[in-house]
Design a protein. Structure first.
Lengths: 171, 901
């Protein structure tokens, strides 16, 4: 008898407790920046594509849902000719972000990706590229890679000596 | 000899190896850079340090470089000793001081020996804060990309390029930490083996430029064991495919054939598979108009109705597989099977085969181990490049063996041996019609017309064995040379005679046969090596048939009216007038081919054939070795293997699987009895599973076709082979003939090939691929009589063919890189004739040959003998000529000066 009354009291009390659910989609929560949601491709501080098509994200992807083809522009920069993520397969594990050596691929706190048609979950590079550097503001891979690209000759990158003159024998 | 590694006892079967090779063969992972199984030890990189202990009581031991240490009886070795490990980690840290942070955009990444060794040696964190040295790169032509920042100074590139392959344009420049490997000035690499730098370089200094255009990581490539189709040597390859196009070709190790290397034609010729000239649909001629697409079923129905007259003849192909040629021969009946060769070429093909049946033949490994060489008439650098590489090793072998024995230098001690031998060469005699890239090996190359070269050969045979017929009226210089050659070959332990059909002279083949016969009487180690013009020339010769003149005769006398041409462009094999006559005389022409060419342009019905990348088949190389080449990817319908098209047209024959046609071949002829056992059967399974063509890290499986349809298609089934078109299958090492790529844990680069060998540079586990199906007869060989040099036409100048490694082969010229390196048409004259005609280098001349007149620029080459001229053979821009032939050269009339009355 007592336990029944106690149960009624507990249920009644919950009617006035603080609510953890929100009225989604009218009301929205703020996710942590570390939330592993929709994947984006970011850009360098100077506005160029960060992805160099190294294929590490696609290799590490446990469901193999990233397909890339590398290409090289006349400026000497590598970029993905296409970068396709099949989000109907993606499990948002974040391995791609961990593997990315240029901080290009990042997971964002956006979970609203539901689509009525599965085909619409196939994202191409145009759908993935954002206009800023995302979570990593300063990093510029080509400044450190030692490669010659348009606007940066050999030895002009960070922490690099000027090119060696192989014809000299001076110590 | 017993040694102890990590306190475990091992018995070394071959004590002539060094400690590094012994450790690798026994399965210990010792990191290394400068050592290479072929280039051997120089002790430059200090990476392969291990600890050696005096005896059981010794606890301190000492660090030695395993590549520079010979194993000794009872030696105690520790690879995993703490001090040795720390030493190796420090060495790699130093080597990495200046290595750039560019693995993501480096083409070597994922198959980089430097990455593997860095991980293996345990260097994980960079401590140096100082700036890295940088280098300017060079443009090394269309095949190899240069990125000098990545260099770790192991010297492998120059040791391969200059020391091993005889290249003269790559060397070391600079000093201390600024050492630079490259050409004196930017420009295309001259050596036809430059592509091997890509594999020899342990990191990404030299990378594949053709791959760069459609870059794919090694783990994303679908690969299969294949055989090169760009010359007759049958080198083993790994072509790699991704997103439906072929991406690159890498070397597949075969001890007897190509070893660890490939030539540039074999490595870069693959792009014809992706060519826009590919025939991808069945095509039917509409009246006199262009070809229009028809369905495969319609094409088969039409072809059957064209063949219903029963008066059909088939033209086989020296570049089609044995299966396709056999299927054609079955379709048209053996008496109606012909070879697509002009009379002279057909004669040479038959002669070559009869020699292959008579003499002990040299594999490329035998070639590199011979101690005296007589190279008669064949420009091997251009017709069979890897044979030239093997001959280069043979040329230095005799002095190396002598010095090694005299100074007690072990064979692996490359640094010491090279210092001891210097530039000394063994007996190497070269007789050629013009300049060759092996000229530096011979003391005095002999240059003459093909007939005179043959005379020299006959004279050598006579000098070796007086029973061989003598040559009358031999010039004294040639007679003296013949005596010297004979004496040298006679005293050599392993003499070798190399010749081939590329000069177009049957007498030359007979002369080579006489020398081989004379040598064989006294020395069972004497070997003969003949080149073959195309990848299955010998296989075609094993299926006897007439030549193109016979075809025309059959068409004219009414015994035939329909022609099936299998994978050959007849205009490359015979005079255009003859081929035109054949096509005019034939009522119907059906062509099965993979690329559009002059012959498909004459066809009524064209059936799309699969290339080597899409079809499995058997090819027979120049020494009669039949090898299986496996499809890398399935053909896209309606494209299919030629033999499947032909089988569909053949009544009462059903060969749904590869094994069925192989079984039919095996019972058809004694030559083919072994074709069913060249590799494991289609039902072979490794622990119950197929062998995956895709690596276990293959990426993008659920996204690569998602833009077309989000549902993934099922992988194509492969009923023909034990390999699967997927990443599913056994992770274990398959037997030799089925290895789809080299990968094993910790060895992502191709350096891990030793994990697939019984011992370093030894046979493959599970057996070497392929089998010789032509064995020399045991009967003593007779002698041919010297024949007077026969040459067609009249004129003051004898034209001989000049072959070009880039340009003289039909398929590879469709690769952009090869096409860029192919020469433009020219005629080469000797200085004597050029002086007489008043021709300067580069001047336009008029060539009159075989009823044609050509305007060509002249090249003056020192090595062309008087009275001769060289015309590039089989060049796409030049018509076919049956060479050698006589003609004339005259200075072109100077163009009228412009602007003056």
């Amino acid at each position: 008898m007592l336990s029944i009354l106690r149960t009624i009291w507990t249920v009644f009390r919950h009617g006035f407790a603080r609510r953890f659910t929100v009225q989604y989609p009218e009301q929205k929560r703020t996710y942590s920046p570390r939330w592993r949601g929709r994947i984006i491709l970011s850009r360098d501080p100077d506005g160029q594509e960060r992805c160099v098509a190294c294929h590490l994200c696609s290799a590490v992807c446990p469901v193999d849902c990233i397909a890339i083809q590398a290409a090289e522009g006349p400026d000497g920069r590598r970029y993905p000719e296409f970068f396709r993520i099949n989000f109907s397969r993606c499990i948002f594990c974040g391995f791609c972000e961990e593997a990315c050596p240029t901080c290009a691929i990042q997971l964002t706190p956006d979970a609203e990706m539901a689509e009525p048609i599965r085909q619409s979950l196939v994202y191409e590079k145009e759908d993935l590229l954002i206009s800023g550097p995302g979570k990593v503001p300063g990093y510029n891979f080509y400044r450190r890679a030692g490669l010659e690209i348009a606007g940066q000759a050999k030895g002009e990158g960070e922490n690099q000596k000027p090119p060696v003159d192989p014809k000299t024998l001076l110590p | 000899m017993k040694i102890y590694i990590e306190n475990r006892r091992f018995d070394l079967t071959d004590p002539s190896v060094n400690l590094l090779e012994a450790c690798l063969s026994l399965g210990f992972d010792v990191p290394y850079f400068c050592w290479h199984p072929v280039l051997r030890s120089v002790g430059a990189c200090r990476q392969c340090a291990v600890k050696v202990f005096k005896d059981e009581a010794d606890t301190r031991g000492r660090i030695v470089m395993s590549c520079m240490t010979a194993p000794a009886e009872g030696m105690r070795v520790s690879v995993n000793d703490d001090e040795a490990r720390e030493f190796r980690a420090k060495v790699i840290e130093w080597l990495m001081l200046n290595h750039p942070h560019d693995c993501p955009i480096c083409d070597e990444g994922g198959e980089c020996h430097l990455q593997d060794v860095t991980v293996m040696a345990g260097h994980v964190r960079r401590q140096s804060r100082f700036p890295k040295r940088t280098h300017r790169n060079q443009d090394l032509g269309p095949l190899v990309n240069h990125e000098m920042n990545r260099c770790i100074q192991c010297y492998r590139c120059v040791r391969f390029y200059a020391d091993y392959a005889g290249g003269r344009d790559v060397g070391v420049q600079g000093c201390h930490d600024g050492v630079y490997f490259g050409r004196p000035s930017p420009g295309p690499l001259e050596s036809e083996f430059s592509g091997n730098l890509v594999e020899v370089c342990p990191t990404g200094v030299f990378t594949d430029k053709s791959l760069k255009r459609h870059y794919t990581r090694k783990w994303d490539l679908q690969t299969a064991p294949s055989v090169c189709v760009h010359c007759g040597l049958g080198c083993n390859t790994f072509p790699g495919q991704r997103y439906g196009t072929l991406r690159r070709v890498r070397t597949r190790y075969h001890r007897e054939v190509n070893g660890y290397f490939l030539c540039d034609r074999g490595r870069y010729g693959y792009e014809f598979v992706n060519s826009p000239r590919r025939i991808l649909q069945a095509l039917l001629r509409q009246g006199d108009n262009a070809l229009a697409q028809v369905s495969a079923e319609e094409a088969i129905r039409l072809a059957k109705s064209l063949l219903s007259s029963g008066k059909c003849i088939g033209l086989g192909s020296p570049r089609a597989t044995l299966e396709s040629n056999f299927a054609l021969r079955t379709l048209v009946s053996p008496s109606r099977f012909f070879h697509p060769l002009a009379v002279s070429q057909h004669l040479l093909s038959g002669s070559s085969l009869s020699l292959l049946r008579r003499f002990p033949l040299a594999s490329l490994r035998d070639v590199s181990q011979s101690t005296a060489v007589f190279l008669l008439g064949e420009d091997v650098s251009n017709t069979a490049p890897l044979l030239a590489l093997a001959l280069r090793q043979a040329a230095v072998r005799a002095p190396r063996l002598a010095k090694a024995a005299l100074l007690k230098i072990p064979a692996w001690h490359e640094a010491a041996l090279r210092t001891a031998v210097q530039e000394e060469k063994g007996p190497f005699f070269l007789a050629a019609t013009g300049p060759t890239r092996l000229d530096d090996l011979a003391a005095a190359p002999y240059r003459a017309a093909p007939g005179d070269l043959a005379a020299l050969g006959f004279a050598v045979a006579h000098a070796l064995d007086p029973a061989a017929p003598a040559v009358p009226n031999l010039p004294p210089a040639a007679a003296e040379l013949a005596e010297r050659i004979a004496a040298s070959l006679k005293s050599a332990a392993a003499p070798l005679i190399v010749s081939g059909p590329s000069c177009g002279s049957e007498a030359l083949l007979h002369a080579a046969a006489n020398v081989a016969a004379a040598l064989g009487k006294t020395n069972p180690q004497a070997r003969l090596c003949l080149t073959a013009p195309e990848c299955n020339s010998v296989g075609l010769a094993l299926l006897p048939g007439g030549n193109l003149a016979d075809v025309l005769r059959a068409l004219r006398d009414g015994s035939a009216d329909t022609l099936i041409v299998l994978e050959s462009d007849l205009y490359r094999h015979a005079d255009a007038a003859l081929v035109d006559e054949i096509f005019t005389a034939a009522k119907h022409v059906i062509v099965i081919d993979s690329l559009a060419n002059a012959t498909t342009a004459r066809a009524e019905l064209v059936l799309p054939a699969a290339t080597f990348a899409e079809s499995s088949g058997t090819l027979v190389n120049n020494e009669g070795r039949a090898q299986r080449s496996y499809a890398v990817c399935p053909p896209k319908a309606p494209v299919q293997e030629s033999w499947r098209w032909l089988t569909a047209l053949t009544p009462n024959v059903s060969w749904p699987r590869w094994e069925d046609i192989l079984a039919a071949m095996a019972v058809s002829s004694g030559d083919f009895r072994d074709v069913t056992t060249l590799g494991p059967a289609a039902d072979f399974r490794l622990v119950g599973q197929k062998i995956p063509r895709q690596p276990h890290r293959y990426s993008g499986r659920t996204a690569m076709t998602a833009h077309i349809d989000v549902r993934e298609p099922a992988p194509a089934a492969d009923l023909d082979t034990p390999l699967a078109f997927s990443m599913e299958g056994s992770p274990l090492n398959p037997p030799g003939p089925l290895i789809p790529r080299y990968w094993s844990p910790r060895w992502n680069s191709d350096q891990g090939v030793h994990k697939f060998q019984i011992e370093v540079a030894g046979p493959l586990q599970g057996g070497d691929p392929g089998k010789r199906i032509i064995e020399p007869s045991s009967e003593p060989a007779g002698y041919f009589a010297p024949t007077p040099p026969a040459s067609e036409g009249d004129g003051e100048i004898l034209f001989t063919p000049a072959w070009h490694v880039f340009g003289s082969e039909e398929l590879s010229v469709h690769s952009p890189g090869i096409a860029e390196l192919a020469p433009r048409p020219y005629v080469a004259l000797g200085p004597v004739d050029a002086g007489r005609l008043g021709v300067r280098d580069g001047a336009p001349v008029t060539v009159t040959l075989a009823g044609r007149t050509l305007a060509l620029p002249a090249r003056i080459l020192e090595a062309i003998p008087p009275g001769a001229a060289a015309l590039p053979a089989a060049l796409a821009d030049l018509p076919f000529f049956s060479l050698p032939a006589r003609g004339s050269v005259s200075l072109a009339a100077p163009a009228a000066p412009e602007g003056r009355p």
